[in-house]
Ligand binder design. Structure first.
Ligand SMILES: Nc1nc2c(ncn2[C@@H]2O[C@H](COP(=O)(O)OP(=O)(O)OP(=O)(O)O)[C@@H](O)[C@H]2O)c(=O)[nH]1
Ligand SMILES: [Mg+2]
Length: 198
């Protein structure tokens, strides 16, 4: 069971990306489960769930990188027992800390868990503006710093020059991460990302 975190700030496209990735993995014959950490309604609609044979678990009522770390581990154990997925895709809240979520995954006991990459989505449209905000910027910087792969999302909606500028900025925060350009909406770059997950 490979566990992959799809993090990123509020509205960066996590849910859209997770659905697109699940679809691609399901088409390759993989069993996929999703864990979301939502405050409100579960954002993955029932139609998508049944179409791709997904299992969805929602951990609400707080942040899975802080007070709900143990719930995350428990949910992974439960999913392994009841569904034995090949992949679990986790959508932490938009202000989560990737390294803490990683710790939560590590708490799951008695499982054959393989830690997949930490993927952090950078909002191609709003990321730079958010990053320059004194308060919001801290969350985004911490997420980028903790990423194995930073994907600049919404590439369909921005110019090449903007994407290049994002890449430069991301590089200064995390010199080691792989940087990809994707559109979770129209699928651009997604297969490249799937290859890095599989
Ligand atoms: N143009 C464009 N819009 C996108 C893309 N991916 C997501 N969006 C839009 O961005 C908005 C937020 O997408 P979500 O997938 O809900 O983002 P999220 O990160 O899950 O949001 P929260 O869970 O609220 O933090 C929606 O209106 C999406 O349609 C993309 O690749 N291109
Ligand atoms: Mg979401």
């Amino acid at each position: 069971m490979k566990v992959v975190q799809i993090a990123g700030f509020l509205g960066s496209g996590k849910t859209t990306a997770i659905i697109a990735l699940s679809r691609s993995l399901a088409e390759k014959g993989k069993k996929v489960a999703i864990i979301v950490n939502e405050i409100g309604d579960v954002p993955v609609d029932a139609k998508v769930v049944s179409e791709y044979g997904l299992k969805v678990r929602d951990i609400g009522g707080g942040c899975i990188c802080c007070e709900l770390l143990v719930s995350l581990a428990y949910t992974l154990e439960e999913l392994a027992r009841s569904y034995s997925p090949d992949y679990v895709l986790i959508e932490p809240s938009g202000v989560s800390i990737p390294s803490s979520v990683k710790d939560g995954i590590g708490l799951a006991k008695g499982l054959n868990v393989e830690k997949g990459p930490v993927i952090v989505l950078f909002d191609g449209e709003r990321g730079q503006e958010q990053l320059s905000d004194e308060d919001l910027g801290k969350f985004i910087k911490r997420q980028i710093a903790g990423a194995d792969i930073v994907t600049i999302n919404k590439i369909d909606a921005i110019e090449d020059g903007a994407a290049r500028s994002h890449e430069g900025l991301i590089r200064t925060i995390n010199p080691n991460a792989k940087i990809l350009r994707i559109s979770a909406k129209n699928g651009l770059g997604l297969e490249e990302l799937v290859k890095l997950i599989i």
